[in-house]
Design a protein around this ligand. Structure first.
Ligand SMILES: Cc1ncc(COP(=O)(O)O)c(C=O)c1O
Length: 1004
């Protein structure tokens, strides 16, 4: 292999699945045998029931790259970025990445596992998130920190929504104009059409801080205010008067939302938000970005949205209005302490349109590594980092302000490690000159505030990544531009009252101890590496190592999203190419790359629909979104969040109109037709998953699209199931206007135990003008950024979870035009093969859809006799399938998706990753499980038996939730597996059944 690449940190030839052609488990012989079992001759026959009119003749992608070509290719792109000494920060500061991050990112049990819906087999993920929540509580003082939201911007919107729910009859929120403009843009975009009124508190041009008298007047004159959000460190680097602001919020009975930088709350840093206010009453909620606690800038993402809310004797209720997942401490049925997801009844998968948010995948793995990194720093490490950052900022501010015409712009205001300089020259040109000298000197904030206009302003950030030599290089550069003529201005001393007085008591552990601990946690989870991970609708397929390798190249990880465009050509190339790849894959002419999860992709789609209808002057009239009942909970939650609140007025449905399914498992097109006859003019659009959540292709989709378009509505396709159709069906021909592709499903980015996910949204020609965020275009060999003419706003401060774009890009390059099709074909073949085999012995759902061809997944159930036997043995019918899911854990497999979309169903999705031998073994496992349930239904009372813990007491977990513990020295105990999952998978079914029966008897 040529030398111009960074060496791999793994041996592909030693990995079972890494070098398989297109990462497909089945070889040609397997494929032929499976086709024969199905009575088919070729892979295309799997799609024979779908109209040729909507098929794609070929995928307009180049041929696939070999493994070696791929390695060189991704290095070549990464090398196109120019890394320079950087003083960019602006809400995404760059700190040292601790030594634990690389090794923890390589723990496949943690990176590749799904959301911990099965706590008995996910204590690994749950524990990493527990540590995160606990340490973040210590850092912020907040009793309850959730297990992460996407990023600071979307956290802000979620916090505002929470406040609107909590403050009766409120409609309005106030935000400080000193919050980062990107965050404010995302907030405004989300709020459009929802009824949320956003008012801005202006900046005082002298102090560069919120104008408190103006804020007071705003509060006194505005009715129905729910909340005020304000930063601790503002967008000019200045420390805000947080005590005065929180006092004002308390006096006006509104919720105070503090936006902080968690790094700066470490030992020796700034005051915690629970102590804001002259009575130390604290803010009501905290919102923050935590990406830099864990990883480098990665061109802006994945981020880590930190959200916290009070949970104490005075207030145990507010938390129930908040968004996102929480991990709680609880017990299993035998009283062993363990962790599980809690308060889920607020979430979209249960409450659908009444959910507190549409968030599903969060930023779980970034939270996990933030936790590990906090342990690697400990109080001492934080203190060292903060001292260094502060001292560099002090030195630079004094030295730089000694140059002719250069001034500290807000001399009277204290700052910590970021400050704004006033320059005697145009800031943009100055930044360009700096770049030519190998420096990213800072961010141009000249136009940030109209109150401070007409000045040349530069915002600079100093952290522990810098060295004395780099500060000297910065000063030397200034000296090439200006004369040193005066004494510099020393930084203001930070008032005591703004500083942290106590210590968070975060322990500092050794790198090796942390890695060992997290490795042990990784073993408590399952990974698709090990075997079939049958979680239907989640597409748990193999996540190639090479994708992670590409994303970890320093050219990508260390580049800041606000670096000059000529220095980020490699990143822009990835974004440009991924736009092209997804145009080819979907057949649609436009692509949005900002969404960071499927649910956010849905919101992007629906917000574009609103922008389109508003543009036509029909925004108010189009007040209905049509959604099938079998839809994932995020669909109704998204529509509601976008502003389509469900209600019935004078017999008319507003908001979500629900469509039922036909006996064959497809949606009832006649019901839609009838609704359109009377209410077509009110329809904004439909949201339909295709193939649907029963694994059945909606053969009437094209007809439905035509009908919707004929009444002026638009079509959203939930593309969570693209793994069945990518490269085979043309979504443009299907009439799709917007579709999200979950990169953490079909496109192989690891799920991280709950996130970060990512989504690419394809859009039709109708929506091209309304695309949010930026588009990358190629102009004379250079990549540039442009905005759509009627852009509906922005969903991310930068470019989404950029590191994940690299992973998906790398995967698609490995697949090329042939691989994309083959991946889908073999995924469908594998599912249909399993369906054929298993449906010979077990009933399937929908009950009358036996003959509907299955695509990538299918739903199994039990016979009525078996249900009756189970009930008679003491397990309620409603709990039966969930308990059967636990029995899969006893066989060393993850559970299928239980009770969705059919209450009595087990949804199985094998993906294309596994060989026929593995599929056959899985058939025998499922048959053994169902036989065991039939013959010994009593075992369901005690399942699972071999995981580290018994079944979790979810009632207890939710009744008196515990959100954190104080971790000051030792890490929480890890309970070992009773029997290793690999050993279980390698046992014969008959042995296992005997062991299960024995374990059942012993546990009574
Ligand atoms: C059908 C469907 N739609 C939407 C989603 C939401 O995607 P995400 O978790 O990426 O937000 C999921 C996730 O499980 C899904 O299965």
């Amino acid at each position: 292999m040529k030398t111009s690449h960074i060496p791999l940190n793994y041996h592909p030839e030693k990995l079972k699945r890494e070098l398989r052609p297109f990462y497909i488990g089945a070889d040609e012989k397997d494929i032929q045998e499976m086709l024969k079992t199905l009575g088919l001759t070729k892979l295309e026959d799997l799609y024979a029931h779908i109209d040729d009119d909507v098929k794609m003749s070929s995928v307009a992608l180049p041929r696939h790259l070999s493994y070696e070509e791929l390695i060189l290719h991704v290095n070549e792109i990464a090398n196109k970025n120019n890394l320079k000494i950087s003083f960019l920060g602006d809400g995404l500061p760059q700190y040292k990445v601790t030594d634990v991050v690389g090794p923890v990112c390589n723990i496949r049990g943690l990176t590749t596992a799904y959301t911990p819906y099965q706590p008995e087999r996910s204590q690994g993920t749950l524990q990493t998130l527990w540590i995160y929540q606990s340490l973040m509580s210590q850092l912020t003082g907040f009793e309850a920190i959730n297990a992460s939201l996407y990023d600071r911007s979307t956290c802000l919107f979620e916090a505002m929504n929470c406040a609107l729910r909590l403050v009766k009859d409120s409609t309005t929120v106030i935000v400080a104009n000193t919050l980062y403009p990107g965050d404010l843009e995302v907030l405004e975009t989300h709020a459009k059409n929802t009824g949320m009124i956003i008012l801005r508190a202006p900046v005082n041009p002298h102090s560069g801080k919120i104008d408190i008298p103006a804020l007071t007047r705003l509060l006194n004159t505005t009715p129905l205010v729910a909340a005020m959000a304000f930063p601790q460190v503002n967008n000019l680097g200045n420390l805000e008067s947080v005590d005065e602001i929180v006092d004002l919020c308390s006096t006006n009975n509104i919720k105070s939302i503090a936006v902080v930088d968690p790094m700066l709350l470490g030992s020796g840093g700034l005051k915690t938000p629970v102590k804001f206010g002259t009575r130390m009453q604290g803010s009501d909620m905290v919102v923050a970005e935590g990406q830099h606690l864990a990883i480098g800038p990665n061109f802006g993402g994945p981020g880590l949205g930190i959200f916290g809310i009070r949970y104490n004797d005075q207030d145990k209720i507010s938390i129930r209005s908040s968004a996102g997942r929480y991990i709680g401490k609880t017990q299993d049925l035998k009283g062993r302490e363990c962790k599980s997801l809690i308060l889920s009844t607020r979430e979209q998968h249960i409450r659908r349109d009444k959910a507190t948010s549409n968030i599903c995948s969060n930023q779980s793995f970034v939270a996990s590594i933030a936790g590990a990194s906090m342990l690697a720093r400990g109080d001492e490490g934080f203190e060292e980092t903060l001292n260094l950052s502060r001292s560099f900022a002090e030195r630079a501010s004094e030295e730089l302000s000694s140059f002719e015409g250069v001034e500290l712009r807000f001399k009277g205001s204290a700052f910590f490690n970021e400050f704004t300089l006033k320059l005697p020259v145009n800031t943009k040109e100055f930044i360009s000159k700096g770049s030519a000298q190998g420096l990213h000197v800072g961010v141009d904030v000249s136009n940030r505030h109209p109150e401070v206009s007409g000045e040349n302003l530069l915002l600079m950030s100093f952290t522990d990544i810098h060295t004395d030599k780099e500060i000297e290089a910065l000063i030397a550069f200034f000296s090439t531009q200006f004369e040193k003529t005066k004494k510099g201005t020393p930084a203001q001393k930070i008032p005591e009252v703004m500083l942290r007085s106590d210590k968070p008591q975060i322990p500092k552990l050794s790198t090796q101890d942390i890695i060992d601990y997290y490795e042990r946690l990784g073993k408590q989870n399952l990974s698709p590496d090990d075997g079939i991970y049958p979680l239907g609708s989640c597409t748990m397929k193999y996540n190639p190592y090479i994708n992670d390798y590409a994303a970890s190249l320093p050219g990508f990880t260390n580049i800041h999203p606000e670096a000059p465009v000529e220095d980020v050509q490699g990143c822009l190339e990835i974004l440009y190419q991924i736009q092209e790849q997804f145009k080819a894959i979907t057949g649609l002419p436009g692509v949005v790359t900002q969404a960071v999860a499927g649910a956010q992709g849905e919101l992007v789609g629906i917000k574009m629909f609103q922008a389109y209808h508003n543009d036509k002057g029909e925004g108010d009239q189009r007040n209905v979104i049509i959604i099938p009942r079998s839809a994932h909970g995020t669909n109704p939650a998204t529509a509601t969040m976008a502003g389509y609140e469900s209600k019935v007025i004078e017999g008319k449905v507003y908001g979500i109109y629900t469509v039922e399914a036909l006996p064959n498992g497809e949606m009832n097109l006649n019901q839609i037709k009838d609704f359109l006859k009377t209410d077509g003019h009110r329809v904004a659009g439909v949201m339909v998953t295709n193939p649907n959540t029963a694994g059945i292709f909606e053969t009437g989709f094209k007809e439905m699209s035509d009908l919707i378009h004929s009444v002026g509505g638009l079509v959203y396709m939930d593309g969570a199931n693209m793994n069945a159709i990518a490269g085979l069906l043309d979504l443009n021909k299907l009439g799709v206007d917007a579709v999200h592709n979950n990169l953490h499903k079909t496109w192989t980015i690891p799920h991280g135990g709950g996130g970060p996910g990512d989504a690419i949204v394809g859009v039709s020609h109708r929506l091209l003008d309304f695309i949010p965020g930026v588009q990358v275009v190629k102009n004379q060999g250079m990549y540039e950024i442009v905005k759509a003419p009627k852009s509906c706003g922005s969903f991310h401060r930068h470019f989404g979870n950029f590191a994940h774009k690299i992973r998906a890009y790398t995967y698609i390059k490995a697949l090329g035009c042939d691989g994309v099709r083959k991946m889908s074909e073999v995924a469908v073949l594998s599912a249909r093969y399993l369906f054929k085999k298993l449906s010979q012995t077990s009933p399937t759902l929908p009950a009358e859809a036996q003959s509907s061809p299955r695509m990538h997944e299918f739903i199994l159930t039990l016979s009525q006799e078996t249900f009756k036997k189970v009930e008679a043995s003491g397990t309620p019918r409603a709990n039966t399938v969930a308990r059967i899911g636990k029995l899969f854990l006893d066989f060393g497999f993850h559970a299928p998706t239980v009770a969705f979309p059919e209450q009595y169903g087990l949804m199985i999705e094998p993906t294309e990753t596994y060989s026929k031998k593995e599929l056959d073994q899985f058939v025998s496992v499922v048959e053994s499980i169902l036989r065991l349930v039939n013959d010994h239904p009593e075992v369901l009372k005690t399942v699972p038996h071999f995981t580290p813990i018994d079944r979790v007491d979810e009632v207890l977990a939710n009744k008196s939730p515990v959100f954190s513990e104080k971790i000051t020295s030792h890490l929480p105990r890890i309970i070992p597996d009773r029997v290793d999952a690999e050993k279980l998978r390698n046992s014969t079914s008959s042995d296992l059944c005997e062991q299960i029966l024995l374990a059942h008897r012993n546990s009574l």
